[in-house]
Design a protein around this ligand. Structure first.
Ligand code: OXD
Ligand code: MN
Length: 584
Protein backbone atom coordinates (compact mmCIF):
# COMPACT_ATOMS: atom_id res chain seq x y z
CA UNK A 1 0.00 0.00 0.00
CA UNK A 2 1.38 3.40 -0.91
CA UNK A 3 1.09 5.83 2.03
CA UNK A 4 0.67 9.42 0.84
CA UNK A 5 0.27 11.07 4.25
CA UNK A 6 3.76 12.22 5.27
CA UNK A 7 2.83 13.12 8.89
CA UNK A 8 1.18 9.75 9.41
CA UNK A 9 4.23 7.92 8.06
CA UNK A 10 6.53 9.95 10.28
CA UNK A 11 4.43 9.31 13.40
CA UNK A 12 4.28 5.55 12.71
CA UNK A 13 8.06 5.45 12.42
CA UNK A 14 8.55 7.45 15.61
CA UNK A 15 6.26 5.13 17.54
CA UNK A 16 8.01 2.09 16.06
CA UNK A 17 11.30 3.58 17.22
CA UNK A 18 9.83 3.72 20.74
CA UNK A 19 8.14 0.30 20.82
CA UNK A 20 10.69 -1.59 18.66
CA UNK A 21 8.42 -4.08 16.88
CA UNK A 22 10.05 -6.66 14.59
CA UNK A 23 7.64 -5.73 11.77
CA UNK A 24 5.14 -3.05 10.80
CA UNK A 25 1.99 -4.12 8.92
CA UNK A 26 -0.41 -1.58 7.41
CA UNK A 27 -3.92 -3.04 7.55
CA UNK A 28 -6.01 -2.68 4.40
CA UNK A 29 -9.25 -4.05 5.87
CA UNK A 30 -9.52 -6.85 3.28
CA UNK A 31 -11.13 -10.22 3.88
CA UNK A 32 -7.82 -11.98 3.11
CA UNK A 33 -6.11 -9.94 5.79
CA UNK A 34 -8.75 -10.95 8.36
CA UNK A 35 -8.40 -14.65 7.47
CA UNK A 36 -4.62 -14.50 7.79
CA UNK A 37 -4.74 -12.68 11.14
CA UNK A 38 -7.26 -15.14 12.53
CA UNK A 39 -5.14 -18.05 11.41
CA UNK A 40 -2.08 -16.63 13.11
CA UNK A 41 -3.95 -15.86 16.35
CA UNK A 42 -5.40 -19.37 16.41
CA UNK A 43 -1.93 -20.85 15.95
CA UNK A 44 -0.59 -18.97 19.00
CA UNK A 45 -3.65 -19.64 21.17
CA UNK A 46 -4.67 -15.97 21.32
CA UNK A 47 -7.95 -17.05 19.69
CA UNK A 48 -9.87 -20.32 19.61
CA UNK A 49 -11.98 -21.07 16.56
CA UNK A 50 -15.53 -21.93 17.62
CA UNK A 51 -17.77 -24.61 16.07
CA UNK A 52 -18.03 -23.29 12.52
CA UNK A 53 -21.22 -25.12 11.62
CA UNK A 54 -23.06 -23.75 14.68
CA UNK A 55 -21.29 -20.40 14.99
CA UNK A 56 -19.89 -19.56 11.54
CA UNK A 57 -17.11 -16.96 11.57
CA UNK A 58 -17.01 -16.86 15.39
CA UNK A 59 -13.91 -16.98 17.57
CA UNK A 60 -13.20 -17.07 21.29
CA UNK A 61 -10.73 -15.13 23.42
CA UNK A 62 -9.71 -15.02 27.07
CA UNK A 63 -8.14 -11.92 28.59
CA UNK A 64 -5.60 -12.04 31.39
CA UNK A 65 -7.29 -12.68 34.74
CA UNK A 66 -6.48 -9.21 36.10
CA UNK A 67 -7.60 -7.47 32.90
CA UNK A 68 -11.36 -7.90 32.62
CA UNK A 69 -12.85 -4.39 32.81
CA UNK A 70 -12.10 -0.73 32.26
CA UNK A 71 -9.61 0.53 34.84
CA UNK A 72 -10.93 3.98 35.69
CA UNK A 73 -8.23 4.50 38.31
CA UNK A 74 -5.53 4.13 35.64
CA UNK A 75 -7.32 6.35 33.10
CA UNK A 76 -6.07 9.94 32.85
CA UNK A 77 -6.76 13.17 31.04
CA UNK A 78 -3.39 14.78 30.32
CA UNK A 79 -3.77 18.54 29.89
CA UNK A 80 -1.32 21.36 30.56
CA UNK A 81 -3.59 22.73 33.29
CA UNK A 82 -5.31 20.60 35.93
CA UNK A 83 -8.43 22.76 35.85
CA UNK A 84 -9.03 21.69 32.23
CA UNK A 85 -9.39 18.04 33.31
CA UNK A 86 -11.63 19.07 36.22
CA UNK A 87 -12.24 17.51 39.62
CA UNK A 88 -13.83 14.27 38.31
CA UNK A 89 -10.93 13.08 36.12
CA UNK A 90 -7.50 11.71 37.00
CA UNK A 91 -4.95 14.17 35.73
CA UNK A 92 -1.30 14.35 34.67
CA UNK A 93 0.57 16.87 32.57
CA UNK A 94 1.20 15.69 29.01
CA UNK A 95 4.93 15.72 29.74
CA UNK A 96 4.54 13.42 32.74
CA UNK A 97 2.11 11.19 30.81
CA UNK A 98 4.44 10.70 27.85
CA UNK A 99 7.34 10.03 30.18
CA UNK A 100 5.58 7.53 32.45
CA UNK A 101 3.81 5.62 29.67
CA UNK A 102 6.88 5.99 27.42
CA UNK A 103 8.83 3.84 29.88
CA UNK A 104 6.22 1.08 29.60
CA UNK A 105 6.07 1.37 25.81
CA UNK A 106 9.85 1.32 25.40
CA UNK A 107 10.75 -1.89 23.56
CA UNK A 108 7.33 -3.35 24.44
CA UNK A 109 6.77 -4.69 20.91
CA UNK A 110 10.07 -6.57 20.57
CA UNK A 111 9.43 -9.89 18.83
CA UNK A 112 5.98 -8.66 17.81
CA UNK A 113 4.27 -7.02 14.86
CA UNK A 114 2.98 -3.46 15.03
CA UNK A 115 -0.31 -3.26 13.13
CA UNK A 116 -1.37 0.09 11.71
CA UNK A 117 -5.17 0.30 11.71
CA UNK A 118 -6.75 3.34 10.05
CA UNK A 119 -10.37 3.70 11.16
CA UNK A 120 -13.31 6.04 10.76
CA UNK A 121 -15.73 6.80 13.59
CA UNK A 122 -18.95 7.44 11.70
CA UNK A 123 -19.69 6.72 8.05
CA UNK A 124 -16.59 7.39 5.93
CA UNK A 125 -16.89 10.91 4.56
CA UNK A 126 -19.82 12.09 6.73
CA UNK A 127 -19.47 15.61 8.18
CA UNK A 128 -19.93 13.95 11.60
CA UNK A 129 -17.04 11.53 11.21
CA UNK A 130 -13.54 11.55 12.65
CA UNK A 131 -10.59 9.45 11.58
CA UNK A 132 -8.18 7.70 13.91
CA UNK A 133 -5.17 5.46 13.37
CA UNK A 134 -4.47 2.81 16.01
CA UNK A 135 -1.05 1.21 16.31
CA UNK A 136 -1.27 -2.05 18.25
CA UNK A 137 0.64 -5.25 18.88
CA UNK A 138 -2.56 -7.24 19.44
CA UNK A 139 -4.30 -9.22 16.68
CA UNK A 140 -7.35 -9.41 18.98
CA UNK A 141 -7.49 -5.61 18.89
CA UNK A 142 -7.14 -5.47 15.10
CA UNK A 143 -9.97 -8.00 14.65
CA UNK A 144 -12.21 -6.16 17.15
CA UNK A 145 -11.51 -2.79 15.49
CA UNK A 146 -12.56 -4.30 12.14
CA UNK A 147 -15.99 -4.99 13.69
CA UNK A 148 -16.40 -1.92 15.90
CA UNK A 149 -15.29 0.68 13.33
CA UNK A 150 -15.00 1.18 9.59
CA UNK A 151 -11.38 0.31 8.84
CA UNK A 152 -8.96 -0.02 5.98
CA UNK A 153 -7.95 1.42 2.61
CA UNK A 154 -11.06 3.53 2.15
CA UNK A 155 -10.24 5.41 5.36
CA UNK A 156 -6.65 6.09 4.30
CA UNK A 157 -7.93 7.42 0.99
CA UNK A 158 -10.28 9.75 2.83
CA UNK A 159 -7.40 10.93 5.01
CA UNK A 160 -5.54 11.95 1.84
CA UNK A 161 -2.16 13.65 2.09
CA UNK A 162 -2.71 15.78 5.18
CA UNK A 163 -6.08 14.98 6.82
CA UNK A 164 -6.50 15.27 10.63
CA UNK A 165 -6.48 12.05 12.63
CA UNK A 166 -6.33 10.94 16.26
CA UNK A 167 -3.01 9.26 17.03
CA UNK A 168 -3.83 6.08 18.99
CA UNK A 169 -0.99 3.98 20.37
CA UNK A 170 -1.64 0.67 22.10
CA UNK A 171 0.59 -2.09 23.39
CA UNK A 172 -0.33 -5.06 25.54
CA UNK A 173 3.27 -4.82 26.79
CA UNK A 174 3.42 -7.43 29.59
CA UNK A 175 -0.23 -7.03 30.71
CA UNK A 176 1.04 -6.02 34.12
CA UNK A 177 -1.55 -4.01 36.07
CA UNK A 178 1.30 -2.07 37.73
CA UNK A 179 2.53 -1.01 34.31
CA UNK A 180 -0.87 -0.12 32.84
CA UNK A 181 -2.02 3.39 31.84
CA UNK A 182 -4.79 4.71 29.62
CA UNK A 183 -3.84 8.28 28.78
CA UNK A 184 -5.66 10.92 26.76
CA UNK A 185 -3.91 13.98 25.34
CA UNK A 186 -6.77 16.15 24.07
CA UNK A 187 -4.42 19.05 23.25
CA UNK A 188 -2.42 16.72 20.93
CA UNK A 189 -5.40 14.65 19.67
CA UNK A 190 -3.62 11.53 20.93
CA UNK A 191 -4.30 8.45 23.07
CA UNK A 192 -1.72 6.13 24.67
CA UNK A 193 -2.91 2.86 26.19
CA UNK A 194 -0.43 0.37 27.59
CA UNK A 195 -0.49 -2.82 29.64
CA UNK A 196 -4.07 -3.95 28.96
CA UNK A 197 -5.91 -6.18 26.50
CA UNK A 198 -9.47 -5.46 27.68
CA UNK A 199 -11.79 -3.91 25.07
CA UNK A 200 -12.79 -0.73 26.87
CA UNK A 201 -9.12 0.08 27.49
CA UNK A 202 -7.74 -0.92 24.10
CA UNK A 203 -10.34 -0.51 21.33
CA UNK A 204 -9.27 3.09 21.23
CA UNK A 205 -12.03 4.21 18.86
CA UNK A 206 -14.67 3.56 21.52
CA UNK A 207 -14.52 5.18 24.98
CA UNK A 208 -11.13 6.85 24.42
CA UNK A 209 -11.73 8.52 21.04
CA UNK A 210 -15.51 8.55 20.55
CA UNK A 211 -16.18 9.86 24.08
CA UNK A 212 -13.16 11.34 25.87
CA UNK A 213 -11.30 12.91 22.93
CA UNK A 214 -14.52 13.54 20.97
CA UNK A 215 -16.21 15.33 23.87
CA UNK A 216 -13.24 17.72 23.95
CA UNK A 217 -13.37 18.24 20.16
CA UNK A 218 -17.16 18.61 20.29
CA UNK A 219 -16.89 21.47 22.76
CA UNK A 220 -14.34 23.19 20.54
CA UNK A 221 -16.35 22.58 17.37
CA UNK A 222 -19.91 23.04 18.70
CA UNK A 223 -21.31 19.53 18.61
CA UNK A 224 -21.95 16.81 21.21
CA UNK A 225 -20.32 13.43 21.91
CA UNK A 226 -22.52 11.49 24.31
CA UNK A 227 -22.74 8.10 26.05
CA UNK A 228 -26.12 7.40 24.48
CA UNK A 229 -27.97 4.76 22.53
CA UNK A 230 -29.94 5.92 19.49
CA UNK A 231 -33.19 4.24 18.49
CA UNK A 232 -36.12 4.87 16.18
CA UNK A 233 -39.67 4.17 17.37
CA UNK A 234 -42.02 3.60 14.44
CA UNK A 235 -45.64 4.28 15.36
CA UNK A 236 -48.70 2.60 13.82
CA UNK A 237 -48.88 5.32 11.14
CA UNK A 238 -45.33 4.55 10.04
CA UNK A 239 -43.84 7.73 11.50
CA UNK A 240 -40.42 7.11 13.07
CA UNK A 241 -39.34 9.24 16.08
CA UNK A 242 -35.72 9.02 17.14
CA UNK A 243 -34.60 8.96 20.75
CA UNK A 244 -31.13 9.29 22.28
CA UNK A 245 -30.77 7.84 25.77
CA UNK A 246 -27.98 7.94 28.36
CA UNK A 247 -27.66 5.32 31.10
CA UNK A 248 -24.62 4.42 33.20
CA UNK A 249 -22.71 1.30 32.11
CA UNK A 250 -24.57 -1.98 32.66
CA UNK A 251 -28.07 -0.43 32.99
CA UNK A 252 -29.50 -2.08 29.84
CA UNK A 253 -28.70 0.34 26.99
CA UNK A 254 -28.13 -2.49 24.53
CA UNK A 255 -31.44 -4.13 25.49
CA UNK A 256 -33.39 -0.88 25.13
CA UNK A 257 -31.80 -0.07 21.77
CA UNK A 258 -32.95 -3.44 20.38
CA UNK A 259 -36.28 -3.67 22.19
CA UNK A 260 -39.01 -5.94 20.84
CA UNK A 261 -42.52 -4.48 21.33
CA UNK A 262 -44.69 -6.37 23.82
CA UNK A 263 -47.70 -8.16 22.34
CA UNK A 264 -50.22 -5.40 23.12
CA UNK A 265 -48.20 -2.67 21.46
CA UNK A 266 -47.06 -4.84 18.56
CA UNK A 267 -50.73 -5.33 17.73
CA UNK A 268 -51.04 -1.57 17.51
CA UNK A 269 -48.24 -1.61 14.96
CA UNK A 270 -45.13 -0.38 16.80
CA UNK A 271 -41.63 -1.27 15.56
CA UNK A 272 -38.18 -0.40 16.86
CA UNK A 273 -35.16 0.51 14.74
CA UNK A 274 -31.68 0.32 16.26
CA UNK A 275 -29.18 3.02 15.29
CA UNK A 276 -26.64 2.53 18.10
CA UNK A 277 -26.32 1.07 21.59
CA UNK A 278 -23.56 3.09 23.28
CA UNK A 279 -22.42 6.35 21.69
CA UNK A 280 -24.14 9.25 19.91
CA UNK A 281 -22.46 12.11 18.06
CA UNK A 282 -24.94 14.94 17.62
CA UNK A 283 -24.96 18.16 15.62
CA UNK A 284 -27.35 21.00 14.96
CA UNK A 285 -28.10 20.66 11.26
CA UNK A 286 -29.15 23.40 8.84
CA UNK A 287 -32.80 22.84 9.84
CA UNK A 288 -32.03 23.92 13.42
CA UNK A 289 -32.76 20.44 14.82
CA UNK A 290 -30.40 18.10 16.62
CA UNK A 291 -29.22 15.17 14.44
CA UNK A 292 -27.32 12.10 15.63
CA UNK A 293 -25.07 9.42 14.18
CA UNK A 294 -23.67 6.32 15.81
CA UNK A 295 -19.91 6.59 15.30
CA UNK A 296 -19.47 2.84 15.86
CA UNK A 297 -20.03 -0.07 13.49
CA UNK A 298 -20.48 -2.92 15.96
CA UNK A 299 -21.69 -3.88 19.42
CA UNK A 300 -19.32 -4.58 22.29
CA UNK A 301 -22.04 -5.92 24.56
CA UNK A 302 -22.15 -7.57 27.97
CA UNK A 303 -22.99 -11.26 27.43
CA UNK A 304 -24.24 -12.40 30.89
CA UNK A 305 -27.98 -11.82 31.16
CA UNK A 306 -28.43 -11.69 27.39
CA UNK A 307 -30.85 -14.36 26.18
CA UNK A 308 -33.73 -14.93 23.74
CA UNK A 309 -36.19 -13.38 26.21
CA UNK A 310 -34.21 -10.32 27.40
CA UNK A 311 -32.78 -9.48 23.97
CA UNK A 312 -33.76 -11.68 21.00
CA UNK A 313 -32.26 -9.19 18.53
CA UNK A 314 -28.86 -9.38 20.21
CA UNK A 315 -29.05 -13.19 20.18
CA UNK A 316 -29.74 -13.10 16.42
CA UNK A 317 -26.91 -10.61 15.89
CA UNK A 318 -24.26 -12.80 17.54
CA UNK A 319 -24.99 -16.00 15.63
CA UNK A 320 -22.07 -15.41 13.25
CA UNK A 321 -18.89 -13.36 12.74
CA UNK A 322 -18.69 -12.59 16.46
CA UNK A 323 -15.76 -12.48 18.87
CA UNK A 324 -16.68 -13.86 22.31
CA UNK A 325 -14.49 -12.78 25.22
CA UNK A 326 -14.37 -14.40 28.69
CA UNK A 327 -17.54 -16.46 28.27
CA UNK A 328 -17.92 -20.19 29.07
CA UNK A 329 -16.55 -22.46 26.35
CA UNK A 330 -18.66 -25.56 25.81
CA UNK A 331 -17.44 -28.98 24.76
CA UNK A 332 -19.06 -28.71 21.34
CA UNK A 333 -17.18 -25.50 20.54
CA UNK A 334 -20.10 -23.20 21.27
CA UNK A 335 -20.45 -20.73 24.15
CA UNK A 336 -22.66 -19.98 27.14
CA UNK A 337 -22.92 -17.52 30.02
CA UNK A 338 -24.91 -17.03 33.21
CA UNK A 339 -28.34 -15.72 32.29
CA UNK A 340 -27.94 -17.15 28.78
CA UNK A 341 -30.36 -19.39 26.93
CA UNK A 342 -31.12 -22.76 28.52
CA UNK A 343 -30.11 -25.48 28.97
CA UNK A 344 -27.30 -24.82 31.43
CA UNK A 345 -24.41 -26.91 30.05
CA UNK A 346 -23.33 -29.92 32.08
CA UNK A 347 -19.66 -28.96 31.75
CA UNK A 348 -17.25 -26.67 29.97
CA UNK A 349 -14.17 -24.50 30.42
CA UNK A 350 -14.67 -21.29 32.37
CA UNK A 351 -13.42 -17.86 31.39
CA UNK A 352 -10.06 -18.65 32.97
CA UNK A 353 -9.80 -21.93 31.05
CA UNK A 354 -10.49 -24.17 34.05
CA UNK A 355 -12.85 -27.17 33.90
CA UNK A 356 -16.30 -25.98 34.97
CA UNK A 357 -19.49 -27.62 36.23
CA UNK A 358 -22.78 -25.92 37.17
CA UNK A 359 -23.40 -25.03 40.80
CA UNK A 360 -19.93 -23.68 41.54
CA UNK A 361 -18.21 -20.50 40.41
CA UNK A 362 -19.40 -18.52 37.44
CA UNK A 363 -18.48 -19.93 34.03
CA UNK A 364 -18.42 -16.55 32.32
CA UNK A 365 -16.92 -13.41 33.80
CA UNK A 366 -19.78 -10.99 34.76
CA UNK A 367 -18.27 -8.52 32.26
CA UNK A 368 -17.81 -11.13 29.49
CA UNK A 369 -18.46 -9.58 26.09
CA UNK A 370 -19.50 -10.18 22.51
CA UNK A 371 -18.16 -8.10 19.62
CA UNK A 372 -20.59 -8.29 16.71
CA UNK A 373 -21.17 -6.40 13.44
CA UNK A 374 -24.04 -3.94 13.80
CA UNK A 375 -25.24 -4.76 10.29
CA UNK A 376 -26.21 -8.25 11.52
CA UNK A 377 -28.82 -6.84 13.91
CA UNK A 378 -32.36 -7.68 12.68
CA UNK A 379 -33.68 -4.31 13.93
CA UNK A 380 -30.91 -2.22 12.34
CA UNK A 381 -32.10 1.15 11.09
CA UNK A 382 -31.94 1.92 7.36
CA UNK A 383 -30.41 5.26 8.35
CA UNK A 384 -27.29 3.74 9.92
CA UNK A 385 -25.08 4.84 7.03
CA UNK A 386 -26.79 8.15 6.37
CA UNK A 387 -24.21 10.93 6.55
CA UNK A 388 -26.59 13.24 8.47
CA UNK A 389 -27.86 10.51 10.78
CA UNK A 390 -31.31 10.86 12.36
CA UNK A 391 -33.24 13.81 13.85
CA UNK A 392 -33.60 13.50 17.64
CA UNK A 393 -37.05 14.19 19.15
CA UNK A 394 -36.32 13.18 22.73
CA UNK A 395 -33.32 12.79 25.00
CA UNK A 396 -33.68 10.38 27.90
CA UNK A 397 -31.55 10.19 31.02
CA UNK A 398 -31.83 7.19 33.31
CA UNK A 399 -30.30 5.61 36.33
CA UNK A 400 -30.81 2.75 38.71
CA UNK A 401 -32.67 4.16 41.72
CA UNK A 402 -34.55 1.81 44.04
CA UNK A 403 -36.60 4.78 45.25
CA UNK A 404 -36.82 8.53 44.58
CA UNK A 405 -37.13 8.82 40.78
CA UNK A 406 -40.51 7.94 39.26
CA UNK A 407 -40.80 5.64 36.26
CA UNK A 408 -40.69 8.63 33.94
CA UNK A 409 -40.79 12.42 34.12
CA UNK A 410 -40.31 15.22 31.64
CA UNK A 411 -38.26 18.34 32.28
CA UNK A 412 -39.89 21.76 31.99
CA UNK A 413 -37.47 23.00 29.31
CA UNK A 414 -33.92 22.53 27.98
CA UNK A 415 -32.16 24.28 30.88
CA UNK A 416 -34.09 22.23 33.41
CA UNK A 417 -33.35 19.13 31.31
CA UNK A 418 -29.62 19.84 31.47
CA UNK A 419 -29.97 20.02 35.26
CA UNK A 420 -31.84 16.69 35.24
CA UNK A 421 -28.92 15.18 33.26
CA UNK A 422 -26.34 16.81 35.52
CA UNK A 423 -28.00 15.32 38.62
CA UNK A 424 -28.18 11.79 37.20
CA UNK A 425 -27.15 9.15 39.67
CA UNK A 426 -27.12 5.41 39.87
CA UNK A 427 -26.76 2.82 42.56
CA UNK A 428 -23.60 0.77 42.50
CA UNK A 429 -24.09 -2.76 41.25
CA UNK A 430 -22.05 -5.76 42.37
CA UNK A 431 -19.87 -5.20 39.32
CA UNK A 432 -18.61 -1.87 40.63
CA UNK A 433 -16.09 -1.15 43.28
CA UNK A 434 -17.58 0.47 46.42
CA UNK A 435 -20.49 0.01 48.80
CA UNK A 436 -23.41 -1.85 47.26
CA UNK A 437 -26.47 0.33 46.75
CA UNK A 438 -24.46 3.49 47.35
CA UNK A 439 -25.47 6.28 44.99
CA UNK A 440 -22.81 7.45 42.58
CA UNK A 441 -23.46 10.72 40.77
CA UNK A 442 -22.93 10.15 37.07
CA UNK A 443 -23.94 13.23 35.06
CA UNK A 444 -25.29 12.32 31.62
CA UNK A 445 -23.66 8.86 32.23
CA UNK A 446 -20.42 10.64 31.27
CA UNK A 447 -18.56 10.65 34.60
CA UNK A 448 -15.87 8.20 33.37
CA UNK A 449 -15.94 9.49 29.80
CA UNK A 450 -15.88 13.29 29.78
CA UNK A 451 -12.52 14.43 28.39
CA UNK A 452 -12.54 17.85 30.09
CA UNK A 453 -13.86 19.74 33.09
CA UNK A 454 -17.47 18.66 33.66
CA UNK A 455 -18.46 22.19 34.69
CA UNK A 456 -17.51 23.30 31.16
CA UNK A 457 -19.37 20.28 29.83
CA UNK A 458 -22.60 21.48 31.52
CA UNK A 459 -21.95 24.93 30.06
CA UNK A 460 -21.58 23.35 26.64
CA UNK A 461 -24.94 21.59 26.99
CA UNK A 462 -26.61 24.88 27.90
CA UNK A 463 -24.98 26.58 24.93
CA UNK A 464 -26.03 23.85 22.49
CA UNK A 465 -29.66 24.34 23.51
CA UNK A 466 -29.41 27.97 22.47
CA UNK A 467 -28.08 26.98 19.03
CA UNK A 468 -31.15 24.90 18.23
CA UNK A 469 -34.30 26.24 16.62
CA UNK A 470 -36.14 23.30 18.20
CA UNK A 471 -34.68 21.51 21.20
CA UNK A 472 -35.50 17.86 21.81
CA UNK A 473 -37.60 17.35 24.95
CA UNK A 474 -35.62 15.93 27.85
CA UNK A 475 -36.95 13.06 30.02
CA UNK A 476 -35.75 10.97 32.93
CA UNK A 477 -36.65 7.31 33.39
CA UNK A 478 -36.12 4.80 36.18
CA UNK A 479 -36.92 1.16 35.38
CA UNK A 480 -35.57 0.01 38.73
CA UNK A 481 -37.91 1.34 41.44
CA UNK A 482 -38.61 -1.25 44.17
CA UNK A 483 -41.64 -1.92 46.35
CA UNK A 484 -41.37 -2.25 50.13
CA UNK A 485 -40.54 -5.95 49.72
CA UNK A 486 -37.64 -5.18 47.41
CA UNK A 487 -39.36 -6.33 44.21
CA UNK A 488 -39.16 -4.39 40.96
CA UNK A 489 -42.36 -2.41 40.46
CA UNK A 490 -41.92 -2.23 36.69
CA UNK A 491 -41.37 -5.30 34.46
CA UNK A 492 -38.82 -3.56 32.21
CA UNK A 493 -37.40 -4.94 28.94
CA UNK A 494 -39.94 -4.83 26.05
CA UNK A 495 -42.57 -3.28 28.33
CA UNK A 496 -40.43 -0.12 28.45
CA UNK A 497 -41.96 0.72 25.07
CA UNK A 498 -45.11 1.74 26.98
CA UNK A 499 -43.06 4.57 28.49
CA UNK A 500 -41.46 5.44 25.15
CA UNK A 501 -44.94 5.70 23.63
CA UNK A 502 -45.87 8.36 26.21
CA UNK A 503 -42.57 10.16 25.61
CA UNK A 504 -43.17 10.33 21.87
CA UNK A 505 -46.74 11.49 22.32
CA UNK A 506 -45.48 14.23 24.64
CA UNK A 507 -43.04 15.30 21.93
CA UNK A 508 -45.99 15.67 19.56
CA UNK A 509 -48.09 17.46 22.20
CA UNK A 510 -50.55 14.58 22.15
CA UNK A 511 -50.34 13.26 25.72
CA UNK A 512 -51.50 14.76 28.97
CA UNK A 513 -49.35 15.05 32.08
CA UNK A 514 -49.44 15.97 35.70
CA UNK A 515 -47.18 18.85 36.82
CA UNK A 516 -45.06 17.97 39.89
CA UNK A 517 -42.15 19.83 41.53
CA UNK A 518 -39.61 17.71 39.59
CA UNK A 519 -41.29 17.84 36.17
CA UNK A 520 -44.22 16.38 34.23
CA UNK A 521 -45.30 12.88 35.23
CA UNK A 522 -47.92 10.80 33.33
CA UNK A 523 -51.46 10.80 34.70
CA UNK A 524 -52.46 7.50 36.30
CA UNK A 525 -54.15 6.43 33.07
CA UNK A 526 -51.46 8.05 30.92
CA UNK A 527 -49.64 4.91 29.80
CA UNK A 528 -51.17 2.20 27.64
CA UNK A 529 -50.95 -0.79 29.98
CA UNK A 530 -53.05 -3.24 27.91
CA UNK A 531 -52.07 -6.79 28.73
CA UNK A 532 -49.94 -5.80 31.74
CA UNK A 533 -51.10 -6.93 35.12
CA UNK A 534 -50.07 -3.90 37.12
CA UNK A 535 -51.85 -3.15 40.40
CA UNK A 536 -53.19 0.39 40.84
CA UNK A 537 -51.21 0.65 44.08
CA UNK A 538 -47.97 -0.23 42.28
CA UNK A 539 -48.71 2.21 39.49
CA UNK A 540 -49.22 4.98 42.04
CA UNK A 541 -45.94 4.07 43.68
CA UNK A 542 -44.17 4.12 40.29
CA UNK A 543 -45.30 7.70 39.71
CA UNK A 544 -44.88 8.90 43.31
CA UNK A 545 -42.81 12.05 43.94
CA UNK A 546 -41.91 12.43 47.62
CA UNK A 547 -40.56 15.89 48.55
CA UNK A 548 -38.72 14.61 51.65
CA UNK A 549 -36.73 12.07 49.58
CA UNK A 550 -35.95 14.74 47.01
CA UNK A 551 -34.72 17.13 49.71
CA UNK A 552 -32.26 14.41 50.79
CA UNK A 553 -31.08 14.00 47.21
CA UNK A 554 -30.63 17.76 46.91
CA UNK A 555 -28.16 17.63 49.79
CA UNK A 556 -26.14 15.02 47.92
CA UNK A 557 -26.36 17.01 44.67
CA UNK A 558 -25.04 20.07 46.48
CA UNK A 559 -21.97 18.19 47.70
CA UNK A 560 -21.29 17.03 44.16
CA UNK A 561 -21.79 20.42 42.53
CA UNK A 562 -19.55 22.12 45.08
CA UNK A 563 -16.65 20.08 43.69
CA UNK A 564 -16.68 22.40 40.68
CA UNK A 565 -16.45 25.62 42.68
CA UNK A 566 -16.83 28.87 40.75
CA UNK A 567 -16.76 27.05 37.44
CA UNK A 568 -20.22 25.50 37.79
CA UNK A 569 -22.61 27.42 35.49
CA UNK A 570 -24.99 29.63 37.45
CA UNK A 571 -27.91 28.07 35.54
CA UNK A 572 -27.30 24.77 37.34
CA UNK A 573 -27.54 26.47 40.76
CA UNK A 574 -30.61 28.35 39.50
CA UNK A 575 -32.33 25.07 38.70
CA UNK A 576 -31.19 23.58 41.99
CA UNK A 577 -32.72 26.45 43.99
CA UNK A 578 -35.87 26.50 41.85
CA UNK A 579 -36.44 22.80 42.57
CA UNK A 580 -35.83 23.35 46.27
CA UNK A 581 -38.42 26.13 46.20
CA UNK A 582 -40.99 23.96 44.41
CA UNK A 583 -40.47 21.12 46.88
CA UNK A 584 -41.26 23.46 49.79
C1 OXD B 1 -19.24 0.70 29.16
C2 OXD B 1 -19.31 -0.01 27.87
O1 OXD B 1 -18.47 0.27 30.05
O2 OXD B 1 -20.09 0.43 27.02
O3 OXD B 1 -19.94 1.71 29.31
O4 OXD B 1 -18.58 -1.00 27.67
MN1 MN C 1 -20.94 2.30 27.51
Amino acid sequence: MEIKHAKLKKWVHEMAHLCKPDRIVWCDGSYEEKAALEKEAVSTGELIKLNQSKLPGCVYHRTAVNDVARTENLTYICTSKKIDAGPTNNWMTPKEGYRKAGEFFFGAMRGRTMYVVPFSMGPVGSPFSKIGVELTDSIYVVLNMRIMTRTGKEVLEKLGRDGEFTKCLHSKADLDINRRLILHFPEDNAIWSVGSGYGGNVLLGKKCLALRIASYLAKKEDWMAEHMLIMGVEDPQGHVSYIAAAFPSACGKTNLAMLIPPKGLKKKGYRIWTVGDDIAWMRVDSDGSLWAVNPEYGFFGVAPGTNSKTNPNAMATIKSNTIFTNVLLKKDGTVWWEGGDPPVPKEGLDWMGRPWKPGGEKGAHPNARFTAPITQCPSISNRLEHHHGVPISAIIFGGKRSSLAPLVYESFNWQHGVYVGATMASERTAAQFGKLGEVRRDPMAMLPFCGYNMADYFKHWLKMGKKMARTPKIFHVNWFRLDEKGRFLWPGFGENLRVLEWIIERCRNKADAHRTPIGYVPKLDGLDLTGLNLKKKDLKELFAVRPSEWMEDLADQKKFFELFGEKLPKEIWQEYHALKGRLK
